[in-house]
Design a binder for this molecule. Structure first.
Ligand code: 5GP
Ligand code: ZN
Length: 115
């Protein structure tokens, strides 16, 4: 699945638009959310376009996303203190950007209000 020209996260993941990257490999990129809800609020996205977790994401891509979450937690120093991973899919979840992304939240006590 290729890049979508009108998708903001395709552009950021593939460096068409630069962002504040925390981790990157051949399959995924992780960068800071522009409206952070916690001291660490990083988005982990595949470089290929998938709308959400229900869009036929290959197993290798799913594994790369989870590996990146671990790398982000280490880079941010929140592996021990704890963190939360959220993936919104579709209307009831309020998904605003329709390119699959995992929110990684941490660095403070997370209440039920987060993401
Ligand atoms: P959603 O509700 O789709 O799960 O969350 C989308 C997230 O993407 C929001 O937290 C929002 O702040 C973030 N976001 C939207 N556009 C941009 C952007 O252009 N750059 C960055 N870094 N974050 C974005
Ligand atoms: Zn996209």
């Amino acid at each position: 699945m290729a890049m979508h020209d009108d998708c903001i996260f395709c552009k950021i993941a593939n460096h068409v638009i630069e962002s504040d990257y925390i981790y990157e490999d051949n399959v995924v990129a992780a960068f800071r959310d522009m409206s952070p809800l916690a001291p660490t609020h990083v988005l982990v996205v595949p470089k290929d376009h998938y709308a959400d977790l229900a869009d036929g994401v290959p197993a290798e891509t799913a594994a790369a996303l989870l590996h990146a979450v671990d790398e982000v937690a280490k880079a941010e120093g929140i592996t021990e203190s704890g963190f939360r991973v959220v993936a919104n899919a579709g209307g009831d979840a309020g998904q605003a950007v329709h390119h699959l992304h995992l929110h990684v939240l941490g660095g403070c006590r997370l209440t039920d209000d987060f993401a």
